[in-house]
Ligand binder design. Structure first.
Ligand SMILES: N#[N+]C[C@@H]1[C@@H](O)[C@H](O)[C@@H](O)[C@@H]2O[C@H]12
Length: 452
């Protein structure tokens, strides 16, 4: 008995990203990316892990497509490695790189799986970083040219395009915190990078549409409801600033409102340099908003922090002491946060369509007697699916849900120490072992809903 049935045609899927699963970093003309450089820099990743081999998806993709087919998910979100297509970032196109994705797309369609293609999931060609990276306005133009090349090759078959994955992480984790590639720690650069990422999105959308008629084009943002640690005025104001930093800084310009005035005031002379026409380009209408949701942001005021936000995240141990269950990432498990986020997006921005382009969790998965029992992941997904269903019933235009991730993979600075997959990867043998959650999710897809 299906208690929470989703609409007919709801797109259940899984998600991955090129650098996290492909490996084959020196094969078929691929150029180096900033994550090749970063992961090979001592001290940057867990135990020096790199994406050199990853899950070897570059060679094992037929098996992976078969596993998707067996799962029964009608959609698959993956990213294209810019350095495979344009090894120098611009200029000479590497046909063998295009050929790989051409074969993958054809195999997905053959398996009746709808491809959702993310054009940028963090693996900037190192050659572009050497020329300033996302801090340079020229990289925004290079991205649009790259989007054009890919859409011309795949646009007859790929009809769902995501320009960027999580520009907030690219800008602030890669250029302010410095714990992601390229490892820069500069607030002014990070804010300027956020502008160039949005500008590149604005220039890529028309290029994609020109090359891929009737395509649906969107962008994926990492978004969270922001909750003050206490009801104290200073915490509430800090949460408001953090909401501006994390959510509204991207949502407002994408939905035609320009940068939020309160954040421009907070940033002061750190505010980005924009040219006439930039905000109009960024506000190009999109067909859907991709939402990556993992956990709320719990925030408290802290005058001692150097950045102008004067806000810090409540540490995981405090959340745990307050009764929240945590994932292996130290993120509080709050399914209602997904409902709260979706309702807020519908109320404040009213996107025509929303896809949850990532939701999932890392747990301490163990291979025992050839099987991986992951009840916590099943419970996590069940409760988040239920929250999504509730939002659907309250009118949110949710059209699909991609579980992060199809398989365990290279979790950026955490290397292979965090497992998010529905499929367990034995990194010694690269064997794929579907976890219990894989079978459970397959049942949800077959029933198109939750059965209890
Ligand atoms: N951490 N974590 C898991 C997951 C990461 O593996 C993805 O690449 C990102 O898009 C997003 O951060 C979410």
């Amino acid at each position: 008995m299906v208690e929470r049935r989703f609409p007919d045609g709801f797109l259940w899927g899984t998600a991955t990203a090129a650098y996290q699963i492909e490996g084959a970093v020196d094969e078929d003309g691929r150029g180096p990316s900033i994550w090749d450089t970063f992961s090979h820099t001592p001290g940057k990743t867990f135990e020096g892990h790199t994406g050199d081999v990853a899950c070897d998806h570059y060679h094992r993709w037929p098996e992976d497509v078969h596993l998707m087919q067996q799962l029964g998910a009608p959609a698959y979100r993956f990213s294209i490695a810019w350095p495979r297509i344009l090894p120098q970032g611009t200029g000479q196109v590497n046909q063998r790189g295009l050929d790989f994705y051409d074969r993958l797309v054809d195999a997905l369609l053959q398996a009746e799986i709808t491809p959702f293609v993310t054009l940028y999931h963090w693996d900037l060609p190192q050659a572009l970083q050497d020329r300033g990276g996302w801090a340079a306005r020229e990289t925004a133009e290079a991205f649009a040219a790259y989007a054009d090349v890919v859409a011309r090759r795949l646009g007859d078959r790929v009809k769902h395009w995501i320009t960027h994955n999580e520009p907030w992480v690219v800008a602030f984790v890669g250029h302010f915190l410095g714990v992601h590639a390229p490892g820069i720690q500069d607030a002014r650069i990070a804010i300027q990078v956020s502008h160039h990422l949005l500008l590149s999105h604005g220039h890529a959308v028309p290029a994609i549409r020109a090359a891929s008629p009737d395509a649906q084009v969107g962008i994926t943002l990492n978004l969270s409801p922001v909750r003050p640690a206490t009801e104290a005025e200073e915490d509430r104001l800090a949460a408001q600033r953090y909401d501006g930093f994390l959510n509204r800084w991207f949502l407002d310009p994408l939905f035609g409102r320009g940068y939020p005035q309160d954040m421009l005031a907070t940033y002061g002379e750190l505010a980005p340099t924009a040219q006439t026409g930039d905000l109009d380009a960024i506000a190009v209408p999109i067909d859907f908003l991709g939402v990556n949701y993992y956990t709320p942001a719990f925030v408290r005021y802290d005058a001692s922090v150097l950045n102008p936000l004067k806000a810090i995240l409540v540490p995981p141990e405090e959340l745990q002491a307050a009764g929240y269950e945590l994932t292996e990432m130290g993120w509080a498990i709050v399914p209602d946060g997904l409902y709260e986020l979706l309702i807020r997006l519908q109320r404040d921005f009213a996107p025509s369509t929303i896809y949850i382009t990532e939701n999932g969790a890392a747990f301490a998965d163990q291979l025992e007697d050839g099987a991986v029992r992951d009840p916590k992941r099943i419970a996590f997904l069940h409760d988040h699916f239920a929250a999504a269903h509730r939002a659907l019933q309250d009118g949110v235009p949710l059209r699909g849900y991609f579980v992060w991730s199809l398989m365990d993979n290279f979790e950026w600075a955490h290397g292979y120490s965090k497992r998010f997959g529905l499929i367990y990867i034995d990194y010694e043998t690269l064997e794929r072992i579907p976890k219990e959650s894989y079978a459970w999710y397959s049942e949800v897809i077959r029933a198109n809903g939750l059965v209890q």
